[in-house]
Design a protein around this ligand. Structure first.
Ligand SMILES: Cc1cc2nc3c(=O)[nH]c(=O)nc-3n(C[C@H](O)[C@H](O)[C@H](O)COP(=O)(O)OP(=O)(O)OC[C@H]3O[C@@H](n4cnc5c(N)ncnc54)[C@H](O)[C@@H]3O)c2cc1C
Length: 510
């Protein structure tokens, strides 16, 4: 059976790995000249920068991607660096203490900063513990079968009863319930700005999931009495190492990966996918197709609206996306660690998270004023910069389309403004720049071939699910960050793995 996969991001590569190891004839078609989608690492003059995820959740053996790597026998092929990050607000910074102060040190830290919030903080962390238990059990579910799966479901239900009242609450309602001070609410809602999802639209039960304490102190033991906590890792020498491990696995088992091969049409006969057409008019015949990539391009251009039922068109028309990102990658010739003590810190410039997200969604770029992150990968992977120098990424959320002017016109000026904001925390950046690469939303758009760029795919908002993996066209599956699995490294990969498993079950039963 010949299976063609569109796209060599984590979705395409993961699905390919599961299918190729069962002996299927798998071919991946990637439109860009390099593989990896947004999990690529770019290089210039001895410096390397990731263009996508930085500190990743889900790679420990008890977590989704950790389990995928173990199923594929790839755990030893990638080096992970367990780490944590800082958070900076206009009036205070949150860095893990020099001496370990226990798993709830942030709770006590915030009690000192906001004494009137002590009761709320205690209550929030009870809620947090219940949610961590539910997340742990939920993460085991896709990998369990039979009685084990049943017991897990019962355990989840029992735990869920403890947080049931928050089921339909938004993140804004949940933080309003626990806290009074806007500044404290911003601590727990700030990460939503990273996804450009309004607190009023994000599900309240997700607040602890995006504020896991191990992200702020890696010394917190992951084993608790209710299960294991999520963990956070960098990939040594950049995300491309993960891409390479998966791609090497695919090709070592006979799979083929073609770069600079843009798919322009999926050929459909009698409502069945028969093959694809490439930009150079070459026809690729196949028995099955798995498409990843942007939802509009896939469904409207590659498939065509005439093949889609009205409900699917209406779902696509109403989808809400995350916004885009604006990157300034620089190489510098000094050590910035006396100004930023760890590789990653999020710098927030406002406590009004909802307002800042509103502006971004309406096309107003904040020019760095609302916040950004500074990531210095060469602090954990010295090979990512020439000896003694450092690779630095300053990035922030940005509208995919500006309300005034365009990115091509404004990119350079915005890069300078972002650097000026970053210099408030790491002085002297601009005078020490050795090299620079700016990536605007337009650059991302063409790099991964999407009509509407969204840095992580569909926005995780209450009530939204993307188009299902099983499309209305027979023998055509949809995977990736815009599909029902949603965005994010571990979730996207798990969705692709699940599709591969469904295909294996269905084809092997025939
Ligand atoms: C800046 C940034 C930060 C992020 N941070 C995090 C994070 O901290 N944690 C987290 O979990 N996730 C994060 N994400 C999100 C996560 O990386 C993505 O959701 C996930 O990697 C998407 O994988 P994918 O395979 O669906 O898509 P992609 O990586 O976009 O891959 C799709 C591929 O398909 C190719 N393609 C598209 N159309 C065609 C065509 N017609 N023909 C051939 N090829 C085609 C594209 O070129 C691309 O290579 C981040 C993303 C970005 C950009």
């Amino acid at each position: 059976m010949k299976i063609a996969i569109i796209g060599s991001g984590l979705a395409g590569l993961t699905a390919a790995a599961y299918l190729v190891r069962e002996g299927y004839d798998v071919e991946i078609y990637e439109q860009f000249e390099e593989i990896g989608g947004v999990t690529a690492t770019i290089h210039k003059e001895g410096y390397s920068w990731d263009i996508g995820p930085l500190l990743l959740e889900g790679f420990a053996p008890h977590e989704k991607f950790g389990k995928i790597l173990s199923e594929l026998g790839l755990t030893d092929k990638i080096e992970f660096i367990n780490d944590d990050r800082g958070q900076s607000f206009p009036d205070f910074q949150v860095w893990r203490p020099k001496e370990y102060e226990g798993p709830y040190w942030r709770r006590e830290f915030f009690k000192k900063l906001f004494p009137s919030e002590s009761v709320g903080l205690d209550k929030y962390y009870e809620f947090y513990d219940h949610m961590m238990a539910i997340m742990y059990l939920g993460n085991q579910l896709p990998f369990a079968k039979g009685l084990k799966a049943f017991i897990l479901k019962v355990k989840i239900l029992v735990k869920f009863m403890k947080v049931r009242k928050f089921k339909d609450w938004s993140a804004a309602q949940v933080t309003d319930y626990f806290f009074k001070e806007q500044k404290l609410k911003a601590v727990y809602l700030g990460i939503l700005a990273d996804m450009v999802v309004r607190p009023s639209q994000f599900f309240g039960l997700g607040v602890p999931a995006f504020n896991v304490e191990t992200a702020f102190d890696k010394r917190i033991p992951i084993q608790t009495n209710y299960g294991k906590l999520p963990t956070y890792h960098y990939i040594q020498n950049g995300c491309e190492q993960l891409v390479k491990a998966l791609a090497d696995f695919v090709t070592s088992k006979g799979g083929k990966i073609y770069t600079s091969s843009k798919v322009t049409k999926i050929i459909i006969e009698n409502n069945q996918a028969k093959g694809m057409m490439l930009e150079n008019s070459e026809i690729i015949e196949s028995d099955l197709i798995l498409a990843s990539g942007g939802v509009l391009n896939t469904f409207y251009n590659l498939i065509g609206q005439e093949y889609l039922p009205n409900e699917l068109i209406s779902l696509i028309e109403n989808l809400e996306y995350m916004e885009s990102v604006f990157f300034v990658n620089i190489g510098i010739d000094f050590d910035p660690s006396s100004h930023q003590r760890k590789a990653l810190c999020y710098y927030y410039g406002t406590y009004d998270i909802e307002g800042a997200i509103d502006n971004c969604i309406s096309g107003k770029y904040h020019e760095g004023k609302d916040g950004f992150l500074i990531y210095i990968p060469s602090m954990h992977s010295p090979e990512m910069a020439p000896h003694g120098n450092h690779a630095v990424t300053i990035y922030t959320i940005a509208p995919h389309k500006l309300d005034e002017g365009d990115w091509a016109q404004k990119g350079e000026d915005f890069a300078e403004k972002l650097l000026i904001e970053a210099e408030k925390y790491i002085p002297g950046l601009r005078e020490h720049i050795q090299t620079k690469i700016i990536l605007t939303p337009d650059d991302f758009k063409s790099r991964i071939n999407v009509i509407r760029h969204s840095f992580g795919g569909l926005a995780p908002i209450i009530g939204q699910t993307g188009p299902s993996h099983r499309t209305p066209i027979e023998k055509l599956w949809y995977i990736g960050a815009y599909s029902e699995s949603g965005g994010g490294v571990a979730g996207t990969a798990l969705g692709a793995r699940n599709v591969a498993k469904m295909i294996l079950r269905e084809t092997q039963n025939k």
